[in-house]
Design a protein around this ligand. Structure first.
Ligand code: B12
Length: 215
């Protein structure tokens, strides 16, 4: 495997140069799996590009195209469907009041690769999300947010689910939860993970908890 620091520098140059061909070549030469590349290379490089945008060092158009290049490469590389689906309590994935979709894309691939059955609710507003959780009897909900304002909306989501008497295990993730390690507790979630692949062990634990509650 290429030196990770070098890999990240090369990828950042390729993305800011809006060079998709170089991005694909860097992936191929990295020797990493698609999920490994997404978590170890795309994520830190996009964090760095986000920081540079905040400091006014890169244009929003560069952030936008970088995101689009990563998205299109991930769509090519990540599996669309898994096999041997496990029977689990009803589970769903959603992006809450946010347009940042790459984290959810990776999360869905990891869950499919792990053989988990779930519904992808896509982008949701709080109201519609509560309605779908209710009507589809969801017991485990994975929520991705990238804007801090959206992450804070999870607190209201928790309140609304509790008020409606819905027993839902809530797993949250996305940049605000990576940057503030206690935010998930503050918004009333049951768990978080800094990576999509970290969600698997959490889900296994929460499935056992839901099954115990059903006894
Ligand atoms: C690419 C990007 C965009 C793209 C999004 C393209 C797309 N289709 O997704 C575009 C250009 C559209 C965009 C727009 C905006 N963006 Co933007 N964007 C980013 C950037 C650079 C990267 C995000 C990303 O895709 N990262 C890669 C993915 C893979 O990482 P991830 O989502 O964190 O997911 C990983 C983990 O967190 C985890 N995970 C994610 N979800 C979940 C869920 C669960 C349950 C679990 C367990 C794990 C998990 O798994 C993944 C890895 O395995 C971030 C910088 C950053 N630090 O995040 C800014 C950032 C998120 N954007 C920001 C802003 C401000 C905006 C805009 C408001 C800009 C504007 N003025 O218009 C708009 C708002 C859009 C909206 N309404 O939602 C800010 C948010 C600041 C804040 N405090 O809220 C950031 C942090 C940049 C910054 N440093 O200021 N953006």
């Amino acid at each position: 495997m290429t030196d990770p620091m070098l890999l990240n520098r090369e990828l950042e140059t390729a993305l800011l140069g809006l060079n998709k061909v170089a991005t694909r070549r860097i992936y191929k030469e990295s020797g990493l799996t698609p999920t490994g590349f997404a978590e170890m290379v795309f994520m830190p490089v996009l964090d760095s590009i986000g920081d540079k945008w905040e400091k006014g060092e890169v244009a929003l158009s560069q952030v936008y195209v970088s995101g689009r290049i990563c998205e299109s490469l991930l769509n090519e590389l990540l599996p669309a469907e898994g096999s041997d689906l496990k029977i689990t309590p009803p589970m769903a994935v959603a992006v809450l009041e946010d347009s940042h979709l790459l984290g959810k894309r990776i999360l869905c691939s990891v869950l499919r690769a792990g053989g988990y059955q779930f519904t992808d609710f896509g982008q949701q507003h709080l109201e519609s999300l509560v309605t779908r959780v209710h009507s589809e009897n969801i017991r485990i909900l994975l929520v991705s947010t990238l804007m801090l304002s959206s992450a804070l909306r999870v607190k209201e989501l928790r309140r609304r689910l509790d008020t409606a008497g819905l027993k839902v295990k809530l797993i949250v993730g996305g940049a605000p939860f990576r940057f503030d390690a206690s935010l998930w507790k503050e918004v009333g979630a049951d768990a978080t993970s800094p990576t999509a692949s970290g969600a698997i062990s959490i889900i296994q634990r929460l499935i056992r908890e839901v099954e115990d509650e059903n006894l």
